[in-house]
Ligand binder design. Structure first.
Ligand code: FMN
Length: 182
């Protein structure tokens, strides 16, 4: 297989759920946000907002703002992250809503997914770890961050220096199990 720099970063990126206390340099954070800003989106609608949470009390509260039971599952580790980016979509333009309706697809979920993964990959290249968070309580997060009406929280990304530099092996299906040449 041809090797490439981006493929190497994709291989190295993994969910990091334990962070050092070390803060993230401002310029690194800006580069990560820039990677999100440059992401493609349906009709170039850029339906996103990224709320950068650095306040310890707010991060602790985010770690606690999960639906019943999730603390027991995993997400209390959010409290260790020096930065959490809360990504929202909306309000959607008339054109985006019409296009979504016509094809029956919520493009903004894809748009936000691409932008967040851009951030995760940029973070990895800069030596930072990240973890996607999809398991949260929408209403509680909205209230905590006083989010405007018309924005939906899609996911968070925790960011920070990993406490363990090791890259675990990928648990993935084989290429031949998921690709068909037709
Ligand atoms: C949309 C989405 C939501 C996720 N939500 C959570 C979450 O709430 N908590 C968590 O610990 N990991 C979460 N993850 C991380 C996945 O569990 C992880 O990406 C997957 O197991 C593959 O492992 P890797 O990221 O280390 O390659 C989420 C990932 C995605 C893409």
């Amino acid at each position: 297989m041809v090797e490439s720099k981006i493929l190497e970063i994709i291989r190295r990126r993994h969910s990091v759920r334990s962070y050092l206390e070390r803060p993230i340099e401002e310029e690194k954070l800006l580069a990560i946000l820039e990677a999100a800003r440059l992401a493609p989106s349906a009709s170039n609608s850029q339906p996103w907002h990224f709320y950068v949470v650095r306040d310890k009390d707010k991060i602790d509260a985010l770690a606690g703002k999960m639906p019943l039971g999730s603390q027991l599952i995993a997400n209390s580790f959010i409290a260790q992250a020096p930065v959490v980016v809360v990504a929202t979509a909306g309000p959607l333009s008339f054109l985006t809503r019409i296009a979504s309706f016509v094809v029956n697809k919520k493009w903004y979920y894809l748009d936000l997914g691409i932008a967040l993964e851009h951030m995760a990959l940029a973070a990895c290249e800069l030596g930072l770890g990240s973890c996607w968070i999809g398991w949260f309580d929408q209403e509680k997060v909205r209230r905590l961050l006083a989010l405007p009406a018309g924005e939906e929280v899609i996911a968070f990304l925790t960011l920070g220096y990993p406490s363990d530099p090791a890259v675990p092996p990928k648990q993935r299906k084989e290429l031949k199990a998921v690709v068909k040449y037709v």
